[in-house]
Design a binder for this molecule. Structure first.
Ligand SMILES: [Zn+2]
Length: 296
C-alpha cells in the first residue's frame, strides 16, 4: 500500500476499522492514493466537508479508510483518555511528528521547545510534520511525506519548505530578538514600538539587516510561530533596565535616543521588505500607550 502521513498514523493506531467501510478499489478523493478499504464519498461527509480545494482527487467517489478515520473524532495514538471526559481530544488538537528514525510523537503549544528542536534537527529517511495552530483545521490529511534531508511540513493551511539547518539561523535569531524585548507582533510585521527602538535599536537593526528580506516567505511565518523568548533572561534584562533607570543611568546598548522620525527609521531598517504600513505603529505611538511586550 502506498504510504501517507494519514496512513502511517492510522497504522500506528492499530488500523481500526470504521463503520461503513468495506473493501474498495478506487482512488481516494482526499489523498489520491489507491484504497483497499473505504466508503463511497457520497455516503461519507456530504455537505459538511469544506476542504474541497485541498483534496487530491476531487470528483472521485471514494474515501479510503485511513482518510475517513483521520477526519473522525479520534485521539492520537498513545494519548491516554481522561475517564471523566469520554469524548476525549481529537487529532486536530495536536501537532504530529513522525520519522522512520525516531518514531511518532504529538504535542500542543506547551511543547513548542520540543517542536522547535524536532523541526530544526537534521532529517533522514521518511518523515513528516503536521503542525496545528488553531486546533480547528484538519492538517494531517494535507501533510506531505518526505524522504531525506530536504522536505516540506504542513503548518495549519500552508505547506512550508523547510530550509536545512534553519537556513542559517532564523529561528535562533528570532528567539534572541524576542528575548531582547520586541514582541512577536513587532517582529512579524517589522514594525517596532518606540520603546523597542529605544531599548534594542542595535539588535533590531542587525536582525532586520540579516533576515528582514525573508518576511514574506512561508518559512518566516512558521519560524516565528516556533520561536519563543527566554522568559528568565528577558525578565533579567528588564530588571536591569529598570534598575539603571532608577539610578539615572542607561543600560548598555540603550542610547536613550528615540529616532527623530520613527516612521523613516522603520522603513530604512526594513529595506525593500517594508510594506505600505511599515512604521504605522511608531506614528500612532506618539501620544499613545506602549505595548506591554506580551507575546501572542
Ligand atoms: Zn485517502
Amino acid at each position: 500500500m502506498q504510504l501517507s502521513p494519514t496512513r502511517i498514523l492510522h497504522s500506528l493506531a492499530g488500523a481500526p476499522s470504521l463503520d461503513g467501510c468495506a473493501p474498495l478499489s478506487a482512488p481516494c478523493a482526499i489523498c489520491g492514493l489507491d484504497s483497499e478499504r473505504g466508503m463511497p464519498w457520497s455516503r461519507w461527509q456530504g455537505t459538511q466537508f469544506t476542504d474541497q480545494n485541498k483534496i487530491a482527487r476531487y470528483g472521485s467517489d471514494a474515501i479510503c479508510e485511513p482518510c475517513a478515520w483521520v477526519h473522525s473524532w479520534v485521539a492520537p495514538p498513545g494519548i491516554v483518555l481522561d475517564p471523566a471526559k469520554p469524548k476525549g481530544p481529537n487529532l486536530r488538537m495536536y501537532s504530529h511528528f513522525w520519522s522512520e528514525a525516531d518514531g511518532y510523537w504529538c504535542g500542543n503549544k506547551a511543547d513548542k521547545a520540543r517542536m522547535r528542536a524536532w523541526v530544526l534537527a537534521p532529517k533522514s529517511g521518511a518523515w513528516f510534520a503536521a503542525i496545528a495552530d488553531t486546533g480547528q483545521k484538519h492538517v494531517l490529511p494535507y501533510t506531505p511525506l518526505n524522504r531525506g534531508a530536504v522536505g516540506r511540513v504542513r503548518f495549519e493551511e500552508q505547506t512550508v519548505i523547510l530550509p536545512v539547518g534553519d537556513g542559517g539561523g532564523l529561528v535562533a535569531a528570532m528567539c534572541s530578538l524576542l528575548t531582547a524585548g520586541p514582541t512577536k507582533e513587532e517582529v512579524g510585521q517589522g514594525d517596532y514600538w518606540v520603546r523597542s527602538w529605544r531599548e534594542n535599536e542595535r539588535e533590531i537593526r542587525a536582525f532586520e539587516r540579516q533576515w528582514g528580506s525573508l518576511r514574506r516567505r512561508a518559512w518566516w511565518t512558521l519560524a516565528l510561530w516556533l520561536a519563543q523568548r527566554d522568559e528568565d533572561e528577558h525578565g533579567r534584562r528588564r530588571e536591569a533596565r529598570q534598575m539603571a533607570a532608577s539610578n539615572g543611568r542607561r543600560p548598555p546598548g540603550d542610547t536613550g535616543r528615540v529616532p527623530r522620525a520613527a516612521r523613516h527609521v522603520a522603513a530604512e531598517a526594513l529595506g525593500s521588505a517594508a510594506g505600505p504600513d511599515a512604521g504605522c505603529q511608531q506614528a500612532s505611538l506618539f501620544g499613545g500607550a506602549v505595548g506591554d511586550g506580551a507575546e501572542p
